[in-house]
Design a protein around this ligand. Structure first.
Ligand code: SF4
Length: 94
């Protein structure tokens, strides 16, 4: 697991709101996490992202690089999978 603030090469990580939080809020605990608990945790992480000045660049990075795990740019794992699937369908149709 990489910390979100470790991946940037252009400095957006310096404004990342997640720097002030436990990475487990964004990536989950190292144990089985019941669905209800996961949804609550992800909602809290997304609320942090909603206040973050880096949200757009973080979101683009996560989607374009295929980050599989965690909340990035206000998007959870399922959110990013859905975006990638839509892109795939659009590309296949076009
Ligand atoms: S948008 Fe969220 S995950 Fe991305 S840098 Fe900001 S707080 Fe961290």
């Amino acid at each position: 697991m990489r910390l979100i603030a470790e991946v940037s090469s252009d400095g957006w990580e310096r404004t990342a709101r997640c720097r002030a939080h436990d990475p487990a809020l964004f990536f989950g605990p190292n144990r089985f996490e019941p669905k209800r608990e996961r949804l609550e945790r992800e909602a809290q992480a997304k609320a942090v992202c909603a206040t973050c000045p880096a949200i757009q660049v973080c979101r683009e990075y996560a989607v374009n690089s295929g980050e599989v795990y965690g909340v990035w740019g206000g998007l959870g794992e399922a959110d990013r999978r859905a975006i990638l699937e839509r892109r795939h369908v659009t590309a296949a149709a076009g």
